[in-house]
Write a new protein. Structure first.
Length: 210
């Protein structure tokens, strides 16, 4: 190498980190970024690797082992709780089959509620609400409508019941799709919502009657 040739300059640790950050800022890398669960699992295994494990019977203790077992159980629970499939199941269509009349759904809800079958009562009551709102032209008939969509669309026409509609939709989603335990109070709340809706007139209709 001649004397005039530039000598290679040693890259410091700080400069290396900056270059790496610039490189990872490329969109190609962002698209390949791991998910939140993947990052959490990577952090967890790094944490496990950094903990010195004391071997029982060789001057160690069971405390470290017990801690690792509890931590592993926590990770498994979080992965199950956060998995995308669970999120997708948290909400679904109000009608799982061809809707019956509002009166039929209402009668089924009454029977289930009287028998203490509150989950079925809640499901049937929300189906009665759905059919009734469509029959009264408050909602446009549409297959596959979710309870949340029902609440959003109905609240636009019946703003005074917006809070009750969204509360009822949440109860339906939690019980039917979220594996939440149904209670007598929840079934009664859906029954009260149905009764209030039946007595309510759309805001547009009230304006026309004046």
């Amino acid at each position: 190498m001649s004397a005039s040739s530039p000598t290679a300059r040693e890259v410091t640790g700080e400069e290396g980190r900056e270059r790496a950050l610039r490189e990872l800022g490329d969109p190609v890398y962002r698209e390949a970024e791991p998910s939140l669960i993947d990052r959490f699992l990577n952090w967890f295994w790094e944490l496990i690797g950094s903990i010195p494990v004391a071997v029982p019977g060789v001057g160690g203790t069971w405390v470290t082992v017990a801690f690792l077992l509890v931590l592993a159980a926590l990770v498994v629970w979080l992965v199950v709780w956060l998995r995308p499939s669970r999120t997708r199941r948290a909400e679904g269509a109000v009608h799982e089959s061809t809707p019956r009349s509002a009166a039929d759904h209402r009668a089924a809800a009454e029977r289930h509620e009287a028998a203490g079958e509150y989950a079925s009562a809640i499901a049937e009551r929300m189906r009665a609400v759905s059919v009734d709102l469509e029959d009264r032209a408050i909602l446009t008939p549409r297959a596959g409508r979710t309870a949340t969509e029902l609440a959003n669309e109905a609240a636009a026409v019946l703003p005074g019941l917006s809070e009750a509609l969204h509360g009822g939709a949440q109860v339906f989603n939690d019980v039917v799709y979220g594996d939440r335990i149904a209670t007598a109070e929840a079934a009664a709340a859906l029954r009260e919502l149905d009764e209030r809706l039946r007595a309510e007139r759309p805001a547009a209709a009230e304006e026309e009657s004046r």
